[in-house]
Structures are given as C-alpha cells and as structure tokens.
Design a binder for this molecule. Sequence first.
Ligand SMILES: *Cc1c(COP(=O)(O)O)cnc(C)c1O
Length: 355
Amino acid sequence: MQQPEPQSFDRVLSSMCTEPHPAAREAAERFLATNPGDPATYEAVASLEERAIELLATLAEHPTPTDAAGYVTSGGTEANVQAVRSARNRHDASDVNVVVPESGHFSFHKAAELLDVELRTVPVDDDFRTRTDAVSAAVDDATALVVGVAGTTEYGRVDPIPELTRIAHETGARMHVDAAWGGFVLPFTDGEWSFDDAAVDTLTIDPHKFGQAAVPAGGLLARDAAALDALAVDTPYLETRSQATLTGTRSGAGVAGAVAAMEALWPDGYRDAVERATANAEWLASALAERGYEVVDPELPLVAAALPRSEFDALREAGWKVSRTSHGELRVVCMPHVTREALRAFVADLDRIRE
Ligand SMILES: *Cc1c(COP(=O)(O)O)cnc(C)c1O
C-alpha cells in the first residue's frame, strides 16, 4: 500500500504553522519516545526543556533568562489556559474575572469555560489595538488577569503592553501577554511587548509557529517561579513531587524540536526569516492595493484585504489554502515557507479570476 503523504506547504497561505527546520525535525524524531512529564525518568529531555525555557526567555527579553520559569506546552491554547488558571489561583477573590480584548484568541473562551471565570471582552480601536480606556473601565477588585496580544491572530497587531500592564497592576491583577505567533517576530521590531518592556507576569510564545519547531511545541513563560507554583499539584506515583503542566504525559519531540530550532536559528536565522516575511507581506499588500482592494497595513508579516466572496472561493478552488478574518477579509500569513514566487503565482491566479 502507498504511504499517506502530508499536504505540501506550497499553497498554504493561512496557517501559522510552517515547515519545521531540518534540525528540529531530526531532533523531534530522536526524542519521540520520551516524556518530559516524568522528568526523573526522562532526564535528558528534562534538561533540554530547561534549555528551551532559557532560550524562550532570551527571545522574550527576560532580564535574567535563567530566572524565568515555564514549560513547553502543547501550544498557545494550553499556555493561555494555564496563564488564566495561575492568575485565578493567585487572586484573593473567589469570583474572578479576566479582561481580554475582542482581538484575543478563542483559547481564552475555552479557558473561561474550563476554569469558570468571567471573561470581560473589551473593544479594540480603529487600528485593531486594545482600547486602554475600555480596559480601565472593565477592571475591578475581582480582575485576576489582564490579557494583551502581541501579534494578533487576525491582523498581527501589538497591543499597548506597557500601558495595559500598568492598569493591571494598579488594580491588583496580573498581566499576561499572548505572543503565541508574534514572539518569534517581535524581537526584530521596535514593538513593546516583552518582559523587558513592561512588568509582564506571564507570556505565551510558541516555537511551533514562527519558531519553525515541530508541532507540538508551545511555550508558557513566567517572570518567576511563583506563577508556576500556583499551578502545581502533587504527583504521588512519580519520583518528582509535583507537576505544574496541564497535560501529564507529553511529547519530548516538541521539546527537543524547539531547542534544535532555536539553537539553529536564534538570532540570525530568525532575523533573516522575519526580514524575508516582512518584505513578502509588503509586496503582497501593495500588489493587492494596486488592484483596488482595501488592505490592512501589515505591521507584522500578515496581510488582510477585503476581497469579494466569489474571488475568495475561486482562490480556494484553485488550491490556495487561504482563510478569512471574522470580518470576512482575506488573510495571508507570510510564514517562512511562503515564498515570493508562491505569492506571485497567487496574485497571477487572482488576476485570472478577476478577468
Ligand atoms: C495561534 C495562536 C494561539 C493558539 O495557539 P495553538 O498553538 O493553536 O494552541 C493563541 N494566541 C495567538 C495570538 C495565536 O496566534
């Protein structure tokens, strides 16, 4: 029988995942049968995970990366759920709430439901950034966490993280930055988003997106160990005493792949990838603008443009994996696998469709 083959990345324009770096693929395969959830048994992968956290903390500009706490999660969803859980567990009030911008990822809805916390959704401004006045109005004594997004899923926008952090801390809440996608792009921009830019408590940063690691490799980082301690439960049958992760057994492939990718690419490889992706996004944005479409200015390498439904459908039919924002705009994520050549072919197909 013929082996099933995964999809090719040639026409994938909507995914936030990408082709893993060869070193990540190789390391992931090598560590497939390891379980960082049981660090006393799987010691090699456990020490790789410490390395992963130190590297991620370096990317996220932690002032002393060796002091950062965290772990390699199954993805941004788990990291966000755990950030909400940690803040809830550390907050004094019983009926807590979490303030999230409407641009926040849907994982916060899962978190709110799972953890039985109230989600207070606040609007964004005309440029899709969280309105700080709305956050100020939404917080109260029962607010355990304020969330800011650094690189929104739909438009790649960065919220005003220092200002949101100030509001959070003044009201006695914790501050979480969701940089699941943006975390591997923002170190090469002048955006303010990191542990160094503000007194952020926790941060989501996913190696399996722009980090070019193999899935599953998300990341939860905390400024210090207290945020993780608030997640720990006793683990009677393991040699280690407690576990802060949400999953029990987890893939050592994610951990090993993340370390291999970061060691191969940080910082020059990632910088090159970001520069290429940014140039591609600008190229695509102007190609679409020249054809009369309304384009959202790509601040990070993510292009959104208003295309008629019929043209969008025809592009899908032509094999392009594109998606739409909640407002219906075409959304193209310029991941490392998205080449200029692919974008030229995409625009040529669009021209053909428009004839
Ligand atoms: C992708 C993404 C997530 C979710 O991450 P998964 O790895 O898919 O669970 C969360 N937040 C943001 C901003 C994202 O872009």
